[in-house]
Structures are given as structure tokens and as C-alpha cells.
Write a protein that binds this ligand. Structure first.
Ligand code: NAD
Length: 284
């Protein structure tokens, strides 16, 4: 089986930085790549403060925290990934952007490297078709935030080999995660169920059924969800939610998954959620 020592993570946003932190804490050497140097500075700062928080709460030993920070290298140059055994992409949820990236990665990565995507919803088979190694392409969908959330959803494309599946399953288990496996249809399991609920919460707000606070409290106290759907949308990022709804709409059926106009309007206004300080709620 492929031995996984060096992991490349592309995209230093909330998911990529969390995946890099998690894998470094489990002893992997990490290259974190982002096309935006400012995103890499932000990622390094957030990884370092997250590790400090985990150490101060005794959830991570100081030695492991220091070692993880030393294992992390950042760059804007994709070519640094030539030595990676596994590359996990976590760039924006856009099929165009991801397909172009997979085309480039296929040329840069060593022939034995596995190319994994953290996509929330885009079929893996479509991303794999940009490469000459579809048997080595797989979905490895972490939940937000990756160091804390226990689940990884694994998605096999049509041509994903058993060897690739076994290597990623073993990696996810070594990172302390519980796995679920999904067939390769838009939204997979988690977002097929979660996003229509979030979208419906936006419709409830848009049509004046209730206030945002009552919608969230209703789902927290009424159905035992740890967060309300609108709070959760702010955590995920409203741009990410909208992109996922569009993937569901085009992949599974136009009417049922049409994004709520209020969600579209918030994204148009740059109200992207917690990462921008303003979404459904104001965090400033
Ligand atoms: P984000 O907006 O926080 O970060 C995306 C990062 O990708 C940015 O730093 C951007 O500069 C970088 N980027 C964009 N294009 C690039 C390119 N071509 N090369 C290198 N870097 C590039 O987004 P996020 O919330 O971290 O989501 C990333 C991926 O993870 C998406 O596919 C999303 O669907 C998925 N995901 C998100 C969540 C969530 O809760 N936000 C959960 C699970 C999966």
C-alpha cells in the first residue's frame, strides 16, 4: 500500500488550514499551498493559535504542537508538491477552478501520488476526468472544523481504484476519523441532506415565517441540533452554501434545489458569514 509521509494541501482557507493542522499534528510533513500569499499568512496565524488553544486545554501535548508547526511549510508555488504522496485540494467550490487545478496537478505530482478533493458537492468523476490518473482520484470530504469534527466522507469516482480507496481510508482512520462512503452523486450524503435544510431556513426567513433567532432556536431546542441552520450557514460560508445549492440544482433537479433569493442576495452583498464578520448575523 502507498506509504503516506508528505501531504500537500491546496487552499489555505478555513478547511485547508484545518486539514493541514490536523495532518501535521499526526506526524505528516505538510506543504500548504495557496495562490494568495495573504491567505497563507492568515492560515499560519490561525493554525498557530488553534494549536496553542488545544495545548492550553490539554487536548494536545506541547511537544506534538511544536512538532506540528515545524512540519508545516507554505508556498504559493504548486511545484513544491512534486514530492507529496497525497494531495488534498480545498480551494473554492467551483468546478472550473478545481478542474484546472487537477489538470496542473496531474503534471506536477509524482505518478504514484493520490489526488484527493475536499469538495462538498462536485462529482469526483468530473474532476478525475481532467487527469490521466482517474484511478488515483478520490473525494476526501472533511467537516468544519477538520481538527475537531469526527467525520470524513469518502467518495469514489467511477474509476477510483481499490488501492486508492484503501490508502485514503487508512489515512482518514489514522487521523482519528470515522468514515462514511458515498456514491458519486452531487452533494454526496451530508450536503444532500444538510443544504436543502439550510436553504429552506433561508426561505423561512425570506418569506417572513419567523425571525432568524426563532428559526435557529427552533431547530436547536426542537430537534437537538447543536447549531441552528442559519448560524451553521454563517460558519460554513454563505458563498460555499450557494455554490453547493447550484451543484445540487444542476446535478439533481432544477426546482427542488433552487437557491433561495435571500441567500443569493447576501452573497451578492459580500455577506459571506463569519469569515467576513457579517452574514445572517453580525459578528463585528
Ligand atoms: P475558503 O474560501 O475559506 O478558502 C478557499 C481558499 O482557496 C482561499 O484561501 C483561496 O485563496 C484559495 N484558492 C482559490 N483558488 C485557488 C487556486 N487555484 N490555487 C490555490 N489556492 C486557491 O473556502 P473553504 O470554506 O475552506 O472551502 C474550501 C473547499 O472545502 C470547498 O470545496 C468547500 O466546498 C469545501 N468544504 C467547505 C466546508 C465549510 O464548512 N466551509 C466544509 C467541508 C468542505
Amino acid at each position: 500500500m502507498t506509504e503516506i509521509k508528505v501531504i500537500g494541501v491546496i487552499g489555505g482557507g478555513q478547511m485547508g488550514s484545518g486539514i493541514a493542522q490536523l495532518a501535521a499534528a499526526y506526524g505528516h510533513d505538510i506543504w500548504l499551498i495557496d495562490s494568495d500569499p495573504a491567505a497563507l499568512t492568515k492560515a499560519t496565524n490561525s493554525i498557530s493559535s488553534s494549536i496553542q488553544r488545544l495545548v492550553s486545554r490539554n487536548l494536545l501535548s506541547r511537544e506534538v504542537g511544536v512538532d506540528a508547526l515545524q512540519r508545516l511549510k507554505c508556498s504559493t508555488d504548486l511545484k513544491e508538491l512534486h514530492s507529496a504522496d497525497v494531495i488534498i485540494e480545498a480551494v473554492v467550490e467551483s468546478e472550473d477552478v478545481k478542474r484546472k487545478l487537477f489538470l496542473e496537478l496531474d503534471k506536477i505530482a509524482k505518478p504514484s501520488a493520490i489526488l484527493a478533493s475536499n469538495t462538498s458537492s462536485i462529482p469526483i468523476t468530473r474532476l478525475a476526468s481532467s487527469t490521466t490518473r482517474p484511478e488515483k482520484v478520490i473525494g476526501m470530504h472533511f467537516m468544519n472544523p477538520p481538527p475537531i469534527m469526527k467525520l470524513v466522507e469518502i467518495v469514489r469516482g467511477v474509476d477510483t481504484s481499490d488501492e486508492t480507496f484503501d490508502a485514503i481510508k487508512t489515512l482518514a482512520e489514522r487521523l482519528g476519523k470515522t468514515l462514511i462512503c458515498s456514491q458519486d452523486y452531487s452533494g454526496f450524503i451530508v450536503n444532500r441532506l444538510l443544504m436543502p435544510m439550510i436553504n429552506e431556513a433561508f426561505f423561512a426567513l425570506y418569506t417572513g415565517v419567523a425571525t432568524k433567532e426563532d428559526i435557529d432556536t427552533g431547530m436547536k431546542l426542537g430537534t437537538n441540533h447543536p447549531m441552528g441552520p442559519l448560524e451553521l450557514a454563517d460558519l460554513i460560508g454563505l458563498d460555499v452554501c450557494l455554490s453547493i445549492m447550484k451543484v445540487l440544482q444542476s446535478g439533481l433537479g432544477d426546482d427542488k434545489y433552487a437557491p433561495c433569493p435571500l441567500l443569493v442576495q447576501y452573497v451578492d452583498a459580500g455577506r459571506l458569514g463569519r469569515k467576513r464578520g457579517l452574514g445572517v448575523y453580525d459578528y463585528r
